[in-house]
Design a protein around this ligand. Sequence first.
Ligand SMILES: Cc1cc2nc3c(=O)[nH]c(=O)nc-3n(C[C@H](O)[C@H](O)[C@H](O)COP(=O)(O)OP(=O)(O)OC[C@H]3O[C@@H](n4cnc5c(N)ncnc54)[C@H](O)[C@@H]3O)c2cc1C
Ligand code: FES
Length: 322
Amino acid sequence: MAENTEGAFLEKNQSLAPGLYEMTLLAPALVAAARPGQFVMLRLGENWAPFLRRPFGLAGIAAGAGRCQIVYRVVGEGTAQMSRWQAGRQVDILGPLGNGFTWPGVEPGRAALVGGGMGIAPLLPLAQALRQAGHQVSAFLGGASLDRLFGLGQLGDLGCRAQIATEDGSAGFAGLITGPLERYLLAGAGAGRDAVAAPGADTAAGTDHAAGTDHAAAAGPRASADADPGGGPGAGIGPGSGAVDIVYACGPMPFLRAVTGLCRRFRLPAQVSLEERMGCGLGACMGCAVKIKDASGTIQQRRICYDGPVFDGKEVFFLDQP
Ligand SMILES: Cc1cc2nc3c(=O)[nH]c(=O)nc-3n(C[C@H](O)[C@H](O)[C@H](O)COP(=O)(O)OP(=O)(O)OC[C@H]3O[C@@H](n4cnc5c(N)ncnc54)[C@H](O)[C@@H]3O)c2cc1C
Ligand code: FES
């Protein structure tokens, strides 16, 4: 793991929507080592309050320019302070940390990127890297409301097809994004591949206000990236659903449980990025340990900061999973 100690220069800290911000940092050494799916730890407070650094995924990685982006939501003391930072300040940053997403195959293929809420952030540099490598990318973005979604403009510019879902029905599918994802996988399965069809399983009901609508070119904040994925979990390309060869997902635990359930049902490999509150971010304190069951049924403690945050979806059996 490459850890940066040079600090970073804050170039921009702009509001994207109420409570949602995008920060651009100049940090050439960190960015040169960074891969999609990795994260950084930022010291946020003056006078060590809050005391612990806070973790943030990289929402943009522009290695050539030495810049990275972080998209963040204000949820507490640290992020509130962060939102008041002005361009020009030095930022105490540690990273890149963790493993990151990988493309497990050789040939160009088809990836589905599934993001819930702030889990959209690490999927943006992944989309860029996959597109640069010649893969097709379909994105499925879900959030509480339209103003909780971001990255649509960037995904459109990259030529990714994006579907969105909002829980309040303000845009796209009204409900959880697993609804459109399931429909997409079923359509692919109907086109000639295996799916273990279990109607309704793993998916919350919802209403489609824009049936069949792709949102590839909707306006949205930009986050640039030019990194390639490499290293990390080794989920091989599976039989796929006909529409997709692999699923990448990031979001809250119940969301990831639903997405990995769909992947198992459609026999798709998945890489999932887990989130938990963190202490050190370096694997030392066990503050981010989660209990997961591996494929053999053995329950293990895994550190999200050090063993992850990206895990092979096949090996992640959430404890509350039926
Ligand atoms: C690997 C990783 C990547 C992340 N990437 C992003 C990102 O790209 N953008 C972003 O906005 N946030 C991201 N987060 C979450 C971010 O770290 C927290 O929002 C932040 O630490 C909150 O700090 P705070 O001092 O403002 O809030 P606090 O005062 O520490 O907490 C405020 C509230 O948020 C809850 N909370 C804090 N951290 C988490 C967490 N990790 N999971 C669930 N609930 C939490 C607390 O329980 C509390 O209710 C990421 C977390 C991890 C582990
Ligand atoms: S945060 Fe300390 S071990 Fe992960």
